[in-house]
Design a protein around this ligand. Sequence first.
Ligand SMILES: O=C(O)CCC(=O)C(=O)O
Length: 262
Amino acid sequence: MLVSSLQMDIVPGDPAANRANVAEAVRQEADSTRPDVIVLPEMWTTAYTLPDLPFTADQPGSETIPFLQKLAATHHIHLIGGSIAWKENGDIFNRALVINNHGELIYQYDKLHLVPMLDEPAYLTGGRHKCRIFELDGIKMGVIICYDLRFPELLRDLALQGAQVIFVVAEWPDARRDHWYHLQIARAIENQCYIVSCNRTGSYNGTDFAGTSMIINPWGHVLGEGHRYHEQSVHRTIQPDQVSEIRSRVPIFESRRPEFYP
Ligand SMILES: O=C(O)CCC(=O)C(=O)O
């Protein structure tokens, strides 16, 4: 399976401009690289314009989901559609979207862990549902959002559900780039699965973002790594058979003693 992560800058608070940019980036990537899966970053319609989200968030009937569905079907690619601000019944969630190459929305996930450093809890509601796996082309996958990466129990739960690939969509700041880099490798090693991430580039409101989107194999080798500052596509072929191969070589899932820890 060929996977492309499109790390990109985001126009603050302008969903229409960002949809136009995403449409063009996906078209170019589909035509040049011909990937099976394309991954977008976190909150790519609005960036972190939190006080404005009541006016700019998507809601039932809004444009972004049909836009992504059409994009996926037109180019016949699976889309890990990053995340968008989603307003429903007075709450705003940070919602990840997964759309298959027929244009069907097959999975959505609301970010469970809100970021105190960004004052997210003042503007967003944390997810109310467990993070679950989904399947694309018979491969078991999960998606988490940015700060979720700091919670090893969340990714372990996905691995225990059978995830062979975990996508991380993000707006991770450059000030903590070391954490971003090493936590992804650690999560790949400890869960013996692929990690594929898409982080934004550029700056907003005095914060520079870290780029460095990554594709890491279940042994913890970095197969692909994006530039720290520039927009680019990071694409590699992943081989989900490696997950079972490495899990049998170092059988940590058989050695677990869950009766002694939560
Ligand atoms: O955990 C971090 O350092 C960054 C998290 C973050 O920026 C986010 O979740 O959007």
